[in-house]
Design a protein around this ligand. Structure first.
Ligand SMILES: NC(=O)c1ccc[n+]([C@@H]2O[C@H](COP(=O)([O-])OP(=O)(O)OC[C@H]3O[C@@H](n4cnc5c(N)ncnc54)[C@H](O)[C@@H]3O)[C@@H](O)[C@H]2O)c1
Ligand SMILES: [Zn+2]
Length: 394
């Protein structure tokens, strides 16, 4: 082996800021949030903008397309909607369809979008991941404004820096890290969201509270009833705080692009990812994370990391909020008798890039990393959940 004889090393500073706005009725002509984000950098220019809309949000927002068009018309001296907003399908099917990536690239190419142009995407986490991926790979990165429209994406994924689509049957196998130019959390989009989906944001809020902020967990506990009734004010408080904690983690962890193998925000997610895949995405992300947390918390108390009564307290909260804690798929076995759920651990290790790092907790608000999990104790935890909690049959 020969070592290099010389090398040049320079530090590259990547200063970038990440802003999340909270608003309502973004496309009312009185609301300046988006037009300020799209403000042309030079006097006399008009910012080219292409808008993608998750078709799933149309029932709850039937006049959205007209509102978007009149919004851009009212400011056409500065912002240029290059074509009418384009629909894309929503949910996981959007991330399973590579043709959609090419469809978005084609539109960006056709309309001569460049790195100073903006792609705006309005939709759930899946459509944000898809459109964000296509935008971040066109010209090595066209600007992006995200409008998350689910509680889950407003409080969690939508405020992050990751994009991706599914490939080889694996979640987010292709993707990029790219800081969006802005995220606009518009609470009025949540109106038409079905209840199961409204609830999904709660579980990511509980997850981030469990690893980082005990008082936030207590706030959620104190407001369980209001949250079960989906009261707007409490729901919005939870989303704001959850978004702030997620953003804070990304900005302050020292590893926004996940070069290391620690993924505290993925607490409960190794099981969740496997369950979503096994159920062909019939188990939604929120329910899958609740079950994932239940497995990891039961495990943590079984191996003596956390007190059993702490686990019980958290599982009680999840149940009161209507989350399942068990699915029959946790007990699925392969033809040669192997427990399928354990494959999730191996896939998670691969996803992390080598070293297995699982976040568990040792108390409420106190995340802890472990680098191995006892397979027998995982299976015993799954057995406990089957006995104690009603099943989600899929
Ligand atoms: N990039 C990240 O960091 C990150 C983090 C967490 C999750 N995610 C991804 O986000 C996805 C889950 O996102 P999600 O939970 O937001 O749901 P989703 O995007 O899967 O949407 C679920 C359904 O809700 C519909 N929908 C969206 N907004 C609506 C509204 N306002 N009213 C009515 N229907 C609406 C969609 O059309 C879809 O049919 C997963 O693919 C997950 O992997 C990404
Ligand atoms: Zn999640």
């Amino acid at each position: 082996m020969t070592s290099p004889q010389s090398y040049i090393r320079k530090n590259i500073r990547l200063e970038c800021s990440h802003t999340v706005f909270f608003t309502r009725d973004s496309f009312s002509t009185k609301n300046d949030t988006l037009s300020e984000i799209l403000q042309p950098k030079r006097e006399g220019n008009r910012t080219k903008t292409l808008v993608f809309v998750d078709e799933g949000i149309m029932d709850g927002n039937p006049n959205l397309l007209e509102h978007i068009s009149s919004y851009f018309r009212s400011r056409e001296d500065r912002i240029n909607l290059v074509c009418p907003p384009k629909f894309i399908k929503g949910g996981e099917p959007a991330k399973n369809d590579w043709g959609l990536v090419e469809y978005i690239w084609e539109l960006l190419n056709k309309h001569g979008m460049c790195r100073h142009s903006y792609v705006v995407v309005i939709g759930g986490g899946a459509s944000l991941d898809l459109v964000g991926f296509a935008a971040s790979t066109a010209h090595r990165g066209v600007r992006l404004v995200r409008f998350p429209t689910t509680t889950l994406s407003q409080g969690d994924g939508g405020v992050g820096v990751k994009n991706g689509v599914n490939y080889f049957g694996k979640k987010n196998w292709v993707g990029t890290f790219a800081v969006p130019d802005a995220v606009v959390n518009d609470f009025s989009f949540l109106q038409g969201l079905p209840k199961t989906q409204k609830r999904a944001g709660y579980v990511e809020a509980i997850k981030v509270a469990l690893i980082r902020d005990r008082s936030f967990f207590e706030f959620i506990e104190e407001n369980t009833e209001q949250l079960s009734l989906f009261e707007d004010k409490t729901l919005e408080q939870i989303i704001r705080k959850s978004a702030a904690l997620h953003l804070d983690h990304i900005a302050s962890s020292g590893d926004p692009f996940e070069k290391g193998s620690a993924r505290p925000l993925d607490f409960g997610h190794w099981v969740a990812h496997k369950l979503e895949q096994l159920s062909d995405f019939k188990i939604c992300h929120g329910d899958a994370v609740a079950i994932g947390l239940a497995v990891d918390l039961t495990y943590a108390s079984k191996v003596g990391l956390v007190k059993p009564k702490t686990t019980q307290r958290i599982l009680t909260l999840l149940t009161k909020l209507g989350f399942p804690l068990y699915s029959n798929l946790l007990h699925e076995v392969t033809e040669d008798g192997k427990q399928v759920i354990l494959e999730g651990l191996e896939e998670f290790r691969e996803h992390l890039g080598g070293e297995l790092t699982i976040t568990l907790i040792q108390g409420i608000g106190e995340g802890i990393e472990v680098h191995a999990m006892d397979r027998e104790a995982i299976l015993n935890s799954v057995n406990d959940l089957q006995t104690l909690h009603p099943s989600l049959t899929n």
